[in-house]
Write a protein that binds this ligand. Structure first.
Ligand code: 5GP
Length: 120
């Protein structure tokens, strides 16, 4: 597993070195709008702790952080009115997954009928 790189853009958002449009904040998690949305609604949810990807998060985060995180995801889905219409959660991991920012995050995309899950 790669070491956590504290210069990544989400670490800078957590340190308030760069701005973000925050949707929801809890003790352990932060949700904000993606700066380059791929859907009419495109939010990102991140833990405040320094975890590179889902594996790192599940292996090393406390149960409190993990519970807080998934409740934050559900809060954002509810807040953005995506419960009824539906949405897609994506978490890219590592090189093959196409992860650009090496701080664990979940994308929440919705607001339209999304296309096929993957385009070959
Ligand atoms: P990944 O490819 O790592 O799963 O997704 C990273 C996401 O971060 C991309 O959807 C990208 O648009 C978003 N992103 C990159 N830079 C910034 C930024 O400075 N602010 C915000 N809010 N999102 C960003």
């Amino acid at each position: 597993m790669q070491a956590y790189d504290s210069t990544n853009i989400f670490a800078k958002i957590l340190r308030k070195e760069i701005p973000a449009t925050v949707i929801h904040e809890t003790a352990c998690s932060l949700a904000f709008h993606d700066a380059f949305p791929k859907a009419p609604l495109h939010a990102l949810v991140i833990p405040k702790g320094a975890y590179t990807d889902l594996h790192d998060f599940c292996k090393n985060a406390s149960d409190t952080e993990i519970t807080d995180f998934w409740h934050a995801v559900d809060h954002v889905i509810t807040d953005l009115n995506l419960v009824e219409s539906g949405c897609r959660l994506i978490s890219n991991s590592g090189a093959n997954g196409g992860q650009e920012v090496p701080h664990f995050h979940v994308h929440i995309c919705g607001g339209t009928k999304l296309g096929p899950m993957l385009v070959k």
